[in-house]
Design a protein around this ligand. Sequence first.
Ligand code: MSP
Length: 495
Amino acid sequence: MKNKFYVTTPLYYVNASPHIGHSYTNIAADTLARFYRNRGYEVYFLTGTDEHGQKIAKVAQEQGLDTLVFADRMVAVFKDLWQKLNISYDDFIRTTEKRHEDTVRWILDFLHKNGDIYQDEYSGWYCVPCESFWTQDQLIEKMCPDCRRSVEHISEFNYFFKLSKYQDWLIDYIKSHPDFIKPQSRYNEVLSFLEGNKLRDLCISRPKERLSWGISIPFSENHVTYVWFDALINYISAVGFSYDDKKFKKFWPADIHLMGKDILRQHAIYWPIILRALGIEPPKMIFAHGWWLTSSKGDKQKMSKSKGNIVNPLDIIKEYGVDTYRYFLLREVPFGLDGTFQEEALKKRFNFDLANDLGNLVYRTLTMAEKYFSGEIPQNIDKSLILANPIMKMMEGLAGRIDKAMLSVDFSSALAEIWLLINAANKYIEETKPWQLSKGKKTKELEEFIFILIEVLKKVACEISPFMPDTASKIEGQIKKDKIKKAPPIFPRIE
Ligand code: MSP
Protein backbone atom coordinates (compact mmCIF):
# COMPACT_ATOMS: atom_id res chain seq x y z
CA MET A 1 0.00 0.00 0.00
CA LYS A 2 1.13 3.54 -0.76
CA ASN A 3 2.07 5.89 2.06
CA LYS A 4 -0.49 8.60 2.65
CA PHE A 5 -0.08 12.28 3.39
CA TYR A 6 -3.02 14.26 4.74
CA VAL A 7 -2.53 18.04 4.82
CA THR A 8 -5.04 20.70 5.86
CA THR A 9 -5.41 24.48 5.85
CA PRO A 10 -7.71 26.49 8.12
CA LEU A 11 -11.24 26.97 6.86
CA TYR A 12 -11.42 30.63 5.94
CA TYR A 13 -14.22 32.85 7.13
CA VAL A 14 -16.34 33.94 4.21
CA ASN A 15 -17.05 37.42 5.54
CA ALA A 16 -14.34 38.94 3.35
CA SER A 17 -12.33 38.16 0.22
CA PRO A 18 -9.05 36.27 0.57
CA HIS A 19 -5.81 38.25 0.80
CA ILE A 20 -2.10 37.42 0.87
CA GLY A 21 -2.34 35.87 4.34
CA HIS A 22 -4.93 33.30 3.28
CA SER A 23 -3.14 32.58 0.04
CA TYR A 24 0.09 32.01 1.97
CA THR A 25 -1.28 29.06 3.91
CA ASN A 26 -2.84 27.56 0.80
CA ILE A 27 0.32 27.93 -1.27
CA ALA A 28 2.33 26.29 1.50
CA ALA A 29 -0.18 23.43 1.76
CA ASP A 30 -0.25 23.06 -2.01
CA THR A 31 3.53 22.85 -2.16
CA LEU A 32 3.56 20.11 0.46
CA ALA A 33 0.77 18.26 -1.36
CA ARG A 34 2.59 18.39 -4.69
CA PHE A 35 5.88 17.47 -3.07
CA TYR A 36 4.45 14.33 -1.48
CA ARG A 37 2.54 13.38 -4.64
CA ASN A 38 5.82 13.60 -6.56
CA ARG A 39 7.42 11.35 -3.99
CA GLY A 40 4.71 8.74 -4.56
CA TYR A 41 2.43 9.34 -1.58
CA GLU A 42 -1.33 9.18 -1.75
CA VAL A 43 -2.15 12.75 -0.82
CA TYR A 44 -5.32 14.23 0.63
CA PHE A 45 -5.19 18.00 0.57
CA LEU A 46 -8.11 19.66 2.32
CA THR A 47 -9.10 23.31 2.36
CA GLY A 48 -12.46 25.05 2.62
CA THR A 49 -14.60 27.71 4.21
CA ASP A 50 -15.92 28.45 7.69
CA GLU A 51 -19.43 29.76 7.20
CA HIS A 52 -21.22 29.87 10.53
CA GLY A 53 -21.08 32.42 13.32
CA GLN A 54 -22.16 35.88 14.12
CA LYS A 55 -19.83 37.88 11.94
CA ILE A 56 -20.87 36.15 8.73
CA ALA A 57 -24.54 36.43 9.56
CA LYS A 58 -23.96 40.13 10.19
CA VAL A 59 -22.18 40.87 6.91
CA ALA A 60 -24.81 38.97 4.91
CA GLN A 61 -27.54 40.93 6.65
CA GLU A 62 -25.78 44.21 5.93
CA GLN A 63 -25.76 43.27 2.27
CA GLY A 64 -29.42 42.29 2.40
CA LEU A 65 -28.66 38.71 1.42
CA ASP A 66 -29.73 35.36 2.73
CA THR A 67 -26.69 34.07 4.64
CA LEU A 68 -26.21 30.96 2.54
CA VAL A 69 -26.60 32.89 -0.71
CA PHE A 70 -23.94 35.29 0.54
CA ALA A 71 -21.69 32.37 1.53
CA ASP A 72 -22.15 30.74 -1.89
CA ARG A 73 -20.91 33.89 -3.57
CA MET A 74 -17.89 34.12 -1.33
CA VAL A 75 -17.04 30.46 -1.85
CA ALA A 76 -16.89 31.20 -5.57
CA VAL A 77 -14.44 34.04 -4.88
CA PHE A 78 -12.18 31.75 -2.83
CA LYS A 79 -12.32 28.93 -5.38
CA ASP A 80 -11.51 31.31 -8.18
CA LEU A 81 -8.39 32.53 -6.40
CA TRP A 82 -7.29 28.99 -5.58
CA GLN A 83 -7.62 28.05 -9.22
CA LYS A 84 -5.57 31.06 -10.33
CA LEU A 85 -2.88 30.17 -7.81
CA ASN A 86 -2.77 26.53 -8.97
CA ILE A 87 -3.94 25.21 -5.61
CA SER A 88 -4.43 21.49 -6.20
CA TYR A 89 -6.74 20.67 -3.32
CA ASP A 90 -8.38 17.25 -3.28
CA ASP A 91 -11.33 18.35 -1.19
CA PHE A 92 -13.00 21.65 -0.38
CA ILE A 93 -15.21 21.46 2.67
CA ARG A 94 -17.85 23.99 3.64
CA THR A 95 -19.11 23.94 7.21
CA THR A 96 -22.63 24.28 5.83
CA GLU A 97 -22.43 20.89 4.07
CA LYS A 98 -24.50 17.97 5.28
CA ARG A 99 -21.53 15.64 5.81
CA HIS A 100 -20.06 18.22 8.15
CA GLU A 101 -23.21 19.22 10.01
CA ASP A 102 -24.22 15.60 10.59
CA THR A 103 -20.77 14.76 11.95
CA VAL A 104 -20.79 17.77 14.28
CA ARG A 105 -24.19 16.71 15.67
CA TRP A 106 -23.01 13.12 16.06
CA ILE A 107 -20.03 14.38 18.06
CA LEU A 108 -22.10 16.72 20.22
CA ASP A 109 -24.41 13.84 21.11
CA PHE A 110 -21.52 11.54 21.88
CA LEU A 111 -19.76 14.04 24.13
CA HIS A 112 -23.00 14.97 25.86
CA LYS A 113 -23.81 11.32 26.60
CA ASN A 114 -20.29 10.82 27.93
CA GLY A 115 -20.66 13.73 30.31
CA ASP A 116 -18.07 15.92 28.61
CA ILE A 117 -20.69 18.53 27.76
CA TYR A 118 -22.84 20.16 30.47
CA GLN A 119 -25.13 23.16 30.83
CA ASP A 120 -24.32 26.25 32.90
CA GLU A 121 -24.87 29.95 33.17
CA TYR A 122 -22.44 32.05 31.20
CA SER A 123 -21.64 35.62 31.90
CA GLY A 124 -18.77 37.53 30.32
CA TRP A 125 -17.57 39.48 27.31
CA TYR A 126 -17.77 38.49 23.67
CA CYS A 127 -15.66 39.68 20.73
CA VAL A 128 -17.61 39.27 17.49
CA PRO A 129 -14.71 39.58 14.99
CA CYS A 130 -12.72 36.91 16.89
CA GLU A 131 -15.81 34.89 17.85
CA SER A 132 -14.27 34.54 21.32
CA PHE A 133 -15.35 34.86 24.94
CA TRP A 134 -13.30 36.78 27.48
CA THR A 135 -13.50 37.35 31.21
CA GLN A 136 -13.35 40.80 32.75
CA ASP A 137 -9.71 40.47 33.75
CA GLN A 138 -8.63 39.19 30.34
CA LEU A 139 -9.75 42.42 28.65
CA ILE A 140 -7.15 45.06 27.91
CA GLU A 141 -8.46 48.58 28.38
CA LYS A 142 -11.98 47.13 28.07
CA MET A 143 -11.11 45.78 24.61
CA CYS A 144 -10.58 42.30 23.18
CA PRO A 145 -7.02 41.24 24.16
CA ASP A 146 -6.48 39.66 20.71
CA CYS A 147 -7.67 42.27 18.26
CA ARG A 148 -8.22 45.32 20.54
CA ARG A 149 -11.73 45.91 19.33
CA SER A 150 -14.78 46.50 21.51
CA VAL A 151 -16.56 43.57 23.18
CA GLU A 152 -20.21 42.91 24.11
CA HIS A 153 -21.42 41.88 27.55
CA ILE A 154 -23.34 38.64 27.58
CA SER A 155 -25.19 36.65 30.21
CA GLU A 156 -27.07 33.47 29.26
CA PHE A 157 -27.51 29.72 29.64
CA ASN A 158 -25.05 27.78 27.57
CA TYR A 159 -23.38 24.43 27.08
CA PHE A 160 -19.77 23.86 28.09
CA PHE A 161 -17.18 21.35 27.01
CA LYS A 162 -14.87 19.99 29.72
CA LEU A 163 -11.53 21.27 28.50
CA SER A 164 -10.19 21.48 32.04
CA LYS A 165 -10.60 17.73 32.62
CA TYR A 166 -8.00 17.01 29.94
CA GLN A 167 -5.41 19.66 30.75
CA ASP A 168 -2.94 17.30 32.45
CA TRP A 169 -3.29 14.78 29.68
CA LEU A 170 -2.53 17.47 27.08
CA ILE A 171 0.57 18.66 28.94
CA ASP A 172 1.87 15.09 29.09
CA TYR A 173 1.04 14.52 25.47
CA ILE A 174 2.86 17.61 24.28
CA LYS A 175 5.87 16.80 26.45
CA SER A 176 6.13 13.30 25.05
CA HIS A 177 5.65 14.45 21.42
CA PRO A 178 8.30 17.08 20.74
CA ASP A 179 7.25 17.35 17.07
CA PHE A 180 3.56 17.86 17.77
CA ILE A 181 3.66 21.66 17.67
CA LYS A 182 6.01 23.44 15.30
CA PRO A 183 8.04 25.58 15.13
CA GLN A 184 9.81 25.13 18.46
CA SER A 185 8.96 28.67 19.65
CA ARG A 186 5.25 27.88 19.33
CA TYR A 187 5.71 24.59 21.12
CA ASN A 188 7.30 26.42 24.04
CA GLU A 189 4.58 29.05 24.00
CA VAL A 190 1.73 26.52 24.19
CA LEU A 191 3.42 24.42 26.83
CA SER A 192 4.22 27.34 29.10
CA PHE A 193 0.67 28.65 28.70
CA LEU A 194 -0.73 25.28 29.75
CA GLU A 195 1.65 24.95 32.65
CA GLY A 196 0.99 28.46 33.89
CA ASN A 197 -2.78 28.73 33.53
CA LYS A 198 -5.76 26.68 34.60
CA LEU A 199 -7.90 25.95 31.53
CA ARG A 200 -11.52 27.04 31.76
CA ASP A 201 -14.18 24.86 30.19
CA LEU A 202 -15.12 25.96 26.69
CA CYS A 203 -18.50 27.52 26.07
CA ILE A 204 -19.67 25.73 22.92
CA SER A 205 -23.18 27.02 22.35
CA ARG A 206 -25.09 30.17 21.46
CA PRO A 207 -28.76 30.75 22.19
CA LYS A 208 -30.71 30.80 18.94
CA GLU A 209 -32.42 34.03 19.90
CA ARG A 210 -29.05 35.76 19.66
CA LEU A 211 -27.61 33.77 16.80
CA SER A 212 -29.45 31.27 14.66
CA TRP A 213 -26.77 30.90 11.97
CA GLY A 214 -25.09 27.76 13.20
CA ILE A 215 -25.46 24.02 13.60
CA SER A 216 -28.32 23.25 15.94
CA ILE A 217 -27.46 21.27 19.02
CA PRO A 218 -29.21 17.87 18.99
CA PHE A 219 -30.07 17.93 22.70
CA SER A 220 -31.28 21.54 22.90
CA GLU A 221 -33.88 23.21 20.71
CA ASN A 222 -32.71 26.62 21.79
CA HIS A 223 -29.04 26.50 20.92
CA VAL A 224 -26.64 26.33 18.02
CA THR A 225 -23.01 25.34 18.43
CA TYR A 226 -20.10 27.75 18.74
CA VAL A 227 -18.37 28.43 15.42
CA TRP A 228 -14.94 27.23 16.56
CA PHE A 229 -16.25 23.96 17.96
CA ASP A 230 -18.02 23.37 14.66
CA ALA A 231 -15.12 24.42 12.41
CA LEU A 232 -12.31 22.36 13.94
CA ILE A 233 -14.31 19.20 13.37
CA ASN A 234 -13.95 19.69 9.61
CA TYR A 235 -10.59 17.97 9.73
CA ILE A 236 -12.32 14.70 10.52
CA SER A 237 -15.75 15.26 8.97
CA ALA A 238 -14.06 15.69 5.58
CA VAL A 239 -12.40 12.30 5.74
CA GLY A 240 -15.41 10.32 6.80
CA PHE A 241 -15.58 10.35 10.59
CA SER A 242 -19.01 9.05 11.70
CA TYR A 243 -20.05 7.99 8.18
CA ASP A 244 -17.15 6.43 6.21
CA ASP A 245 -14.95 4.34 8.43
CA LYS A 246 -12.72 3.08 5.67
CA LYS A 247 -11.84 6.55 4.45
CA PHE A 248 -11.32 7.80 7.98
CA LYS A 249 -8.96 4.96 8.88
CA LYS A 250 -7.05 5.56 5.70
CA PHE A 251 -6.31 9.25 6.21
CA TRP A 252 -6.53 10.01 9.92
CA PRO A 253 -4.42 11.13 11.75
CA ALA A 254 -3.67 14.15 9.59
CA ASP A 255 0.03 14.47 8.88
CA ILE A 256 -0.02 18.23 9.25
CA HIS A 257 -2.45 21.00 10.07
CA LEU A 258 -1.13 24.29 8.70
CA MET A 259 -2.31 27.63 10.04
CA GLY A 260 -1.23 31.12 11.02
CA LYS A 261 -0.04 31.76 14.55
CA ASP A 262 -3.27 33.68 15.26
CA ILE A 263 -5.23 30.46 15.62
CA LEU A 264 -2.66 28.24 17.28
CA ARG A 265 -4.45 28.15 20.63
CA GLN A 266 -7.61 26.66 19.13
CA HIS A 267 -5.61 24.06 17.20
CA ALA A 268 -3.10 23.14 19.85
CA ILE A 269 -5.44 23.15 22.86
CA TYR A 270 -9.13 22.81 21.98
CA TRP A 271 -8.67 20.46 19.07
CA PRO A 272 -6.47 17.73 20.62
CA ILE A 273 -8.76 17.74 23.67
CA ILE A 274 -11.91 17.35 21.57
CA LEU A 275 -10.22 14.43 19.82
CA ARG A 276 -9.12 12.93 23.11
CA ALA A 277 -12.68 13.10 24.44
CA LEU A 278 -13.77 11.25 21.31
CA GLY A 279 -11.05 8.64 21.76
CA ILE A 280 -9.30 9.70 18.54
CA GLU A 281 -5.59 10.15 17.99
CA PRO A 282 -4.35 13.78 17.62
CA PRO A 283 -2.92 15.00 14.30
CA LYS A 284 0.78 14.27 13.84
CA MET A 285 1.84 17.87 13.54
CA ILE A 286 0.43 21.34 13.98
CA PHE A 287 2.49 23.99 12.23
CA ALA A 288 1.82 27.67 12.89
CA HIS A 289 3.41 29.98 10.37
CA GLY A 290 4.02 33.71 10.83
CA TRP A 291 2.11 36.70 9.56
CA TRP A 292 2.50 38.85 6.51
CA LEU A 293 2.61 42.39 7.73
CA THR A 294 2.33 45.64 5.91
CA SER A 295 4.41 48.54 6.91
CA SER A 296 3.07 52.04 6.78
CA LYS A 297 5.15 54.91 8.13
CA GLY A 298 7.50 52.46 9.80
CA ASP A 299 4.65 50.86 11.75
CA LYS A 300 4.25 47.15 11.02
CA GLN A 301 0.77 45.71 11.13
CA LYS A 302 -0.88 42.39 10.44
CA MET A 303 -2.63 42.46 7.13
CA SER A 304 -6.34 42.18 7.63
CA LYS A 305 -9.51 43.25 5.92
CA SER A 306 -10.77 45.14 8.93
CA LYS A 307 -7.62 47.26 9.06
CA GLY A 308 -7.97 48.06 5.37
CA ASN A 309 -4.32 47.32 4.64
CA ILE A 310 -4.57 44.21 2.50
CA VAL A 311 -2.62 43.35 -0.63
CA ASN A 312 -4.75 41.57 -3.19
CA PRO A 313 -3.00 38.49 -4.60
CA LEU A 314 -4.80 39.00 -7.92
CA ASP A 315 -3.01 42.32 -8.47
CA ILE A 316 0.36 40.76 -7.82
CA ILE A 317 -0.11 37.74 -10.04
CA LYS A 318 -1.40 39.90 -12.85
CA GLU A 319 1.77 41.94 -12.73
CA TYR A 320 4.39 39.27 -11.99
CA GLY A 321 2.81 35.87 -12.66
CA VAL A 322 1.64 33.14 -10.32
CA ASP A 323 4.95 31.40 -9.91
CA THR A 324 6.79 34.57 -8.98
CA TYR A 325 4.23 35.12 -6.26
CA ARG A 326 4.46 31.52 -4.99
CA TYR A 327 8.25 31.63 -5.11
CA PHE A 328 8.47 34.94 -3.31
CA LEU A 329 6.18 33.94 -0.43
CA LEU A 330 7.97 30.66 0.18
CA ARG A 331 11.52 31.89 -0.38
CA GLU A 332 11.60 35.33 1.19
CA VAL A 333 10.68 34.45 4.76
CA PRO A 334 11.57 31.27 6.66
CA PHE A 335 8.30 29.45 7.28
CA GLY A 336 7.27 30.19 10.85
CA LEU A 337 8.53 33.78 11.02
CA ASP A 338 6.73 37.02 10.21
CA GLY A 339 7.50 38.94 7.04
CA THR A 340 6.73 42.36 5.66
CA PHE A 341 5.29 42.37 2.18
CA GLN A 342 7.16 44.76 -0.06
CA GLU A 343 6.74 44.85 -3.79
CA GLU A 344 10.31 46.08 -4.23
CA ALA A 345 11.60 42.90 -2.59
CA LEU A 346 9.45 40.81 -4.88
CA LYS A 347 10.77 42.65 -7.94
CA LYS A 348 14.31 41.97 -6.76
CA ARG A 349 13.65 38.25 -6.35
CA PHE A 350 12.15 38.27 -9.81
CA ASN A 351 15.10 39.95 -11.49
CA PHE A 352 17.83 38.12 -9.61
CA ASP A 353 16.63 34.63 -8.75
CA LEU A 354 14.15 34.09 -11.55
CA ALA A 355 15.32 36.13 -14.52
CA ASN A 356 19.10 36.10 -13.96
CA ASP A 357 19.65 32.72 -12.35
CA LEU A 358 16.93 30.32 -13.45
CA GLY A 359 15.63 31.98 -16.63
CA ASN A 360 19.10 32.58 -17.94
CA LEU A 361 20.26 29.04 -17.27
CA VAL A 362 17.37 27.63 -19.26
CA TYR A 363 17.74 30.05 -22.12
CA ARG A 364 21.52 29.81 -22.42
CA THR A 365 21.54 26.04 -22.28
CA LEU A 366 18.94 25.68 -24.98
CA THR A 367 20.60 28.33 -27.13
CA MET A 368 23.89 26.42 -26.97
CA ALA A 369 22.16 23.11 -27.71
CA GLU A 370 20.70 24.74 -30.82
CA LYS A 371 23.92 26.35 -31.85
CA TYR A 372 26.28 23.43 -31.37
CA PHE A 373 24.01 20.45 -32.02
CA SER A 374 21.05 21.85 -33.96
CA GLY A 375 18.84 21.19 -30.96
CA GLU A 376 19.61 17.46 -30.72
CA ILE A 377 20.40 16.42 -27.18
CA PRO A 378 23.71 14.46 -27.25
CA GLN A 379 22.88 10.79 -26.62
CA ASN A 380 26.15 8.87 -26.83
CA ILE A 381 27.54 9.87 -23.51
CA ASP A 382 29.65 7.55 -21.44
CA LYS A 383 27.80 8.07 -18.17
CA SER A 384 30.64 6.65 -16.10
CA LEU A 385 32.92 9.42 -17.34
CA ILE A 386 30.71 12.27 -16.23
CA LEU A 387 29.81 10.91 -12.81
CA ALA A 388 32.82 12.60 -11.30
CA ASN A 389 31.73 15.98 -12.61
CA PRO A 390 30.98 18.22 -9.59
CA ILE A 391 27.63 19.25 -11.06
CA MET A 392 26.59 15.61 -11.41
CA LYS A 393 27.70 15.00 -7.83
CA MET A 394 25.69 17.96 -6.61
CA MET A 395 22.60 16.67 -8.38
CA GLU A 396 22.93 13.26 -6.88
CA GLY A 397 22.43 14.45 -3.30
CA LEU A 398 19.88 17.15 -4.07
CA ALA A 399 16.66 15.18 -3.59
CA GLY A 400 17.86 13.99 -0.19
CA ARG A 401 18.69 17.50 0.94
CA ILE A 402 15.30 18.75 -0.22
CA ASP A 403 13.55 15.87 1.56
CA LYS A 404 15.27 16.87 4.74
CA ALA A 405 14.23 20.51 4.43
CA MET A 406 10.64 19.57 3.55
CA LEU A 407 10.43 17.22 6.50
CA SER A 408 10.94 20.26 8.70
CA VAL A 409 8.54 22.28 6.52
CA ASP A 410 11.40 24.57 5.60
CA PHE A 411 10.43 25.80 2.14
CA SER A 412 13.03 28.53 1.88
CA SER A 413 15.89 26.11 2.59
CA ALA A 414 14.55 23.62 0.06
CA LEU A 415 14.47 26.38 -2.56
CA ALA A 416 17.91 27.58 -1.54
CA GLU A 417 19.23 24.04 -2.22
CA ILE A 418 17.78 24.14 -5.73
CA TRP A 419 19.30 27.55 -6.34
CA LEU A 420 22.72 26.29 -5.28
CA LEU A 421 22.52 23.89 -8.20
CA ILE A 422 21.23 26.56 -10.59
CA ASN A 423 24.06 28.88 -9.66
CA ALA A 424 26.66 26.15 -9.84
CA ALA A 425 25.43 25.31 -13.35
CA ASN A 426 25.68 28.95 -14.41
CA LYS A 427 29.21 29.05 -13.08
CA TYR A 428 30.00 25.78 -14.87
CA ILE A 429 29.03 27.42 -18.17
CA GLU A 430 31.31 30.37 -17.54
CA GLU A 431 34.23 28.21 -16.51
CA THR A 432 33.91 25.65 -19.28
CA LYS A 433 33.93 28.29 -22.01
CA PRO A 434 31.98 26.22 -24.55
CA TRP A 435 32.86 28.62 -27.38
CA GLN A 436 36.49 27.57 -26.98
CA LEU A 437 35.58 23.88 -26.98
CA SER A 438 33.67 24.50 -30.17
CA LYS A 439 36.52 26.41 -31.79
CA GLY A 440 38.97 23.68 -30.80
CA LYS A 441 36.61 21.01 -32.24
CA LYS A 442 36.43 19.28 -28.85
CA THR A 443 33.10 17.66 -29.73
CA LYS A 444 33.20 14.96 -27.06
CA GLU A 445 33.67 17.53 -24.28
CA LEU A 446 31.03 19.76 -25.77
CA GLU A 447 28.57 16.89 -25.91
CA GLU A 448 29.18 16.03 -22.30
CA PHE A 449 28.82 19.65 -21.33
CA ILE A 450 25.42 20.08 -23.00
CA PHE A 451 24.26 16.71 -21.75
CA ILE A 452 25.06 17.66 -18.16
CA LEU A 453 23.29 21.00 -18.45
CA ILE A 454 20.18 19.36 -19.88
CA GLU A 455 20.26 16.93 -16.95
CA VAL A 456 20.40 19.94 -14.63
CA LEU A 457 17.37 21.51 -16.28
CA LYS A 458 15.40 18.29 -15.94
CA LYS A 459 16.39 17.99 -12.31
CA VAL A 460 15.54 21.60 -11.58
CA ALA A 461 12.17 21.28 -13.30
CA CYS A 462 11.39 18.20 -11.27
CA GLU A 463 12.42 19.69 -7.94
CA ILE A 464 10.79 23.10 -8.38
CA SER A 465 7.51 21.63 -9.59
CA PRO A 466 5.86 21.59 -6.13
CA PHE A 467 6.76 25.25 -5.66
CA MET A 468 6.33 26.55 -9.20
CA PRO A 469 4.23 24.08 -11.18
CA ASP A 470 3.80 26.24 -14.31
CA THR A 471 7.48 27.02 -14.58
CA ALA A 472 8.35 23.36 -14.22
CA SER A 473 6.02 22.47 -17.10
CA LYS A 474 7.44 25.29 -19.20
CA ILE A 475 10.96 23.93 -18.77
CA GLU A 476 9.88 20.35 -19.33
CA GLY A 477 8.01 21.45 -22.44
CA GLN A 478 11.25 22.74 -23.94
CA ILE A 479 13.10 19.47 -23.47
CA LYS A 480 11.68 16.60 -25.43
CA LYS A 481 13.18 13.13 -25.39
CA ASP A 482 16.18 13.80 -27.59
CA LYS A 483 15.40 17.18 -29.03
CA ILE A 484 14.97 20.61 -27.54
CA LYS A 485 12.25 23.09 -28.38
CA LYS A 486 13.43 26.49 -27.31
CA ALA A 487 10.91 29.14 -26.25
CA PRO A 488 11.43 32.79 -25.34
CA PRO A 489 12.95 33.50 -21.88
CA ILE A 490 10.58 32.29 -19.14
CA PHE A 491 11.25 35.27 -16.85
CA PRO A 492 12.05 38.36 -18.94
CA ARG A 493 13.67 40.99 -16.71
CA ILE A 494 11.55 43.80 -15.33
CA GLU A 495 13.10 47.26 -15.39
N1 MSP B 1 -12.23 30.36 10.40
C1 MSP B 1 -11.06 30.42 11.20
C2 MSP B 1 -10.25 29.15 11.09
C3 MSP B 1 -10.97 27.89 11.41
S1 MSP B 1 -9.95 26.50 11.15
C4 MSP B 1 -10.83 25.20 11.70
C5 MSP B 1 -10.21 31.60 10.78
N2 MSP B 1 -10.41 32.06 9.54
S2 MSP B 1 -9.65 33.30 8.86
O1 MSP B 1 -10.35 33.57 7.63
O2 MSP B 1 -9.51 34.36 9.78
O3 MSP B 1 -8.26 32.75 8.43
C6 MSP B 1 -7.21 32.69 9.31
C7 MSP B 1 -5.99 32.15 8.61
O4 MSP B 1 -5.67 32.91 7.45
C8 MSP B 1 -4.74 32.23 9.46
O5 MSP B 1 -4.62 31.21 10.36
C9 MSP B 1 -3.68 32.17 8.40
O6 MSP B 1 -3.60 30.85 7.95
C10 MSP B 1 -4.26 33.06 7.33
N3 MSP B 1 -3.94 34.47 7.54
C11 MSP B 1 -4.83 35.50 7.64
N4 MSP B 1 -4.14 36.67 7.74
C12 MSP B 1 -2.82 36.43 7.73
C13 MSP B 1 -1.66 37.23 7.60
N5 MSP B 1 -1.70 38.54 7.61
N6 MSP B 1 -0.48 36.59 7.40
C14 MSP B 1 -0.40 35.22 7.26
N7 MSP B 1 -1.46 34.46 7.34
C15 MSP B 1 -2.67 34.97 7.87
O7 MSP B 1 -9.41 32.05 11.55
